[in-house]
Ligand binder design. Structure first.
Ligand code: ATP
Ligand code: MG
Length: 374
């Protein structure tokens, strides 16, 4: 008997021919995050148990759930002993829940439940409760081994990071954009982060905050490359040429074009933002059309249909909320109108735009920070 973790993935199991590709990605991501022995078994992944491994697995996109318990041979006596071993110290009722992918095993799952259940009643004197037990003992009968556990942990689901390609995630210092980046990682994207900042506005604090967000997000993909793009010169030009009402839109279009330049350098295929429809003035359909049309690449706003409370609760869950609420200077709020345009028109906005050289220069001058968690 050996203490192991048996990892289950949801969606990738249904990916047909690509299945092997997805499984390998997940396997490599787990191996990199945990640093322990990891093996692919048909339909699941076996991970050697070690301290801290559970916390790491909780954060790896692509894992639906995992069991922490014992691996045994296919001998029923061993399976029974393992079932007894994995029981917690105190409980009143239990049930046994078997799944059997090995169809050659002499007993079917109902028979295994009965036999192991009977054994446990005899050994412990506790009662079986199928509906609402204190403990469930899960048994998985595979081709060459069985897994037995009573500790089952939910993962975050989704798809393995990297399986969908790379994207540039625009990270402000607010609550929304880190959640948006997380959602795309969870859908299989590897993110490169971009933050635009005005160097004269308390930038050391801003820098620290964005770095903390990068470190938090890196927990889900191992490492993250962060572009800190100096925005002051462009912002000064915009302020010179553009009426206050339209500045926000022009700022954001400029960020889009620079994100496309970063995408080109990094091999990214889309841009991610934290926009949520109608949450603020810049997020009306009219304005989003005008802003997004500055990007050649697809713009993905995963929070577009979510309410603020939903976004906040996700931010808390992933651990970015506490960082996001730290005070910071939002460079976008610099010198804009009290009542910015909510129905921008592209023909009107483009009249004020002539910064492509400055934009290229700003991306070139970016400070690139590599954040590595594992
Ligand atoms: P957030 O909470 O993410 O700041 P928000 O609801 O405050 O979003 P805006 O400030 O209008 O909305 O920004 C919309 C999106 O534009 C952000 O979610 C982010 O993706 C991007 N963005 C805005 N400002 C910056 C910035 N300085 N650097 C990088 N991206 C930015
Ligand atoms: Mg904001």
């Amino acid at each position: 008997m050996e203490k192991v973790v048996v990892v289950h993935y949801g969606e990738i199991a249904t990916k047909g021919k690509n299945r092997e590709f997805f499984e390998r990605k997940l396997l490599n991501n787990i191996r990199r995050a945990t640093g322990v022995k990891v093996r692919r078994k048909y339909g699941r992944i076996e991970v050697e148990y070690s301290n801290g491994v559970v916390e790491k697995l909780r954060k790896i996109p692509g894992i639906r759930y995992f069991g922490v318990g014992l691996k045994t041979s296919l001998e029923m006596d061993e399976v029974k002993k393992a079932a007894f071993e994995v029981l917690p110290d105190s409980f009143d009722s239990f049930r046994v829940d078997t799944s059997r992918s090995n169809k050659n095993f002499p007993l079917n799952s109902v028979e295994i439940n009965r036999e192991v259940g009977g054994y446990l009643v005899e050994k412990t004197g506790k009662k079986v409760d199928l509906k609402n037990p204190d403990v469930t003992v899960w048994i998985e009968i595979c081709d060459k081994e069985a897994y037995v556990y009573s500790e089952r942990v939910e993962g975050i689901g989704g798809l393995p990071v990297g399986s969908a390609g790379k994207v540039v995630a625009l990270i402000s210092g607010g609550i929304d954009s880190p959640v948006a980046a997380y959602m795309m990682m969870k859908r299989g994207c590897e993110i490169v982060m971009a933050h635009f900042f005005n160097q004269t506005m308390h930038s050391p604090k801003v820098r620290e905050k964005i770095k903390l967000l990068a470190e938090k997000l890196a927990e889900y993909q191992g490492e993250v490359k962060l572009y800190m793009v100096p925005f002051k010169d462009i912002q000064m030009e915009i302020i010179k040429s553009t009426p206050p009402k339209l500045r926000m839109i022009v700022y954001r279009r400029s960020m889009m074009r620079m994100s496309n330049l970063i995408a080109e350098k990094e091999g990214c295929k889309a841009v991610v933002t934290g926009d949520s429809l109608s949450q603020v003035a810049s997020q009306t359909l009219e304005n989003l059309n005008v802003v997004y049309s500055a990007s050649k690449l697809a713009v993905l706003p995963p929070l577009i249909g979510m309410d603020k409370e939903e976004i906040v609760s996700l931010a808390r869950k992933i651990g970015t909320y506490e960082i996001s609420i730290m005070p910071y200077e939002d460079c976008c709020s610099f010198m804009i109108a009290k009542h910015p345009e909510t129905k921008a028109r592209l023909e009107e906005v483009v009249k004020y735009e002539n910064f492509s050289e400055l934009e290229r220069g700003a991306v070139e001058k970016s400070e690139i920070v590599n954040v590595k968690v594992f």
